[in-house]
Design a protein around this ligand. Sequence first.
Ligand code: GLC
Length: 479
Amino acid sequence: MASPSSAAGAAATAAAVAQPALPTTNADKIYSDVLASFQIPRDKMRLIATHMYSEFVRGLSADGAPIRMIPSYAYAMPTSHETGVYLALDLGGTNFRVCAVTLKGKGQFDVVADKFTIPDSAKVGPGAALFDFIAGAVEQFVHTHDLSAVAASSATGELTMGFTFSFPVKQESVARGALMYWAKGFDCPDVVGQDVVDLLQVALARRAVKVRVVALVNDTVGTLVAHAYKAPATVMGCILGTGTNAAYIEQLAQVTKYRGTPTPTGTMLINTEWGAFDSEGKVLPLTQFDRELDAMSNNGKQQVFEKLISGMYLGEITRRALVHLVEAGALFGGKLSTPLQTVYAFETAYMSTIEADTSPALTAVGQVLADHLAVASTTLTDRQLVKSLVQQIGTRAARLSAVGIFALLEKMGVPESKPVVVAVDGSVWLKYPGFQDRLRAALRELMGPEKAALVSVETAHDGSGTGAALIAALVDKQH
Ligand code: GLC
């Protein structure tokens, strides 16, 4: 990182999480050690950011670097004047969605979207089952929303679609790309190395669905482009949801591994795949619970940064810490329950309920513990300890997200004097109480209040669907 700016005085702001009383017994000491292991002070955040910055540079210079820094082949940003009806597919989070986006110009658009739940059986196993499921959903959507007429009136007789596929893809053009590896619990091994647009197009053809896929887009790239349609100062799209990642605008001259045409001038959107940062655990302060989670996951030693931040994992980290504390006699009178010992039984959504509970008796906390963990009776102290632990784990996630955003802004050399916008979407960002404030406070700690005032971290609505539709519109125009 060039020259870290001073942010004296801001250090204490974001870390302020209510601490339980000082330890008096061995169990208390174990509890406070666990809590402390999740803290990331400002200096540590800056150290991580410095390392991340150099990993961004490394990823831009060579294929196969830990942070992939994938060229998206999306060069242009929307003008806000694009118009037309485009389909978008959004695969890669908790839900799978099919959308029809009507771009109305002047930054205005309407979205009609249907959500589908991907059966667990299609998430793992042969890729054909997954892509058949997707094609079936598109067929149903076109039928339900009577879109055949739109297809028939187009020059090609087909609907034009952008495919948001939120996994690392080695992109070869705006509409071609081979899957590098799966994340977030998906695992269809035969898809790795294959062009996912081909797989989708073939599955659509099997059902004679008249749709042409013209753009393959990561959700972060979609979020960036969709928000830029409304707010042209947008420089970054970030997802804080089931997984985490960010995309940004890079000078092609900086993408030293890029050998394509047109000649490397101007800018391109880069999908960083920052979730893979520091998978060796060199600078990230991993706790024993993070290491355990990583070791039992289906992608061990991969996506380690993501595992500290995103909704797929926060609940499980918490569950592991709770088990440790119960075993140490620091919680629930030392009594374990079956759900407490069940992997992934504690969902990140429960953390949101716990954080939202400000009642003196922490009634909602007790309810979560009783309903979901079969811990029927808890003391107020138990509930306070659980809440503080959850706060600490949620705060760590928010602070690490801020580190990523800060490092990427530094890579872009912004903000200088003009304000910039960072567009964020995802369930953790949207639904986790206090996450947004903690992230913004950590950014102030990292950047100093003056510089941070030039960075507006905003919610991007419907980014991944609308962005794919917009990129499809931009590609469509070029033909
Ligand atoms: C995972 C995927 C990435 C995606 C992110 C957020 O990190 O690898 O492509 O952007 O999740 O959905």
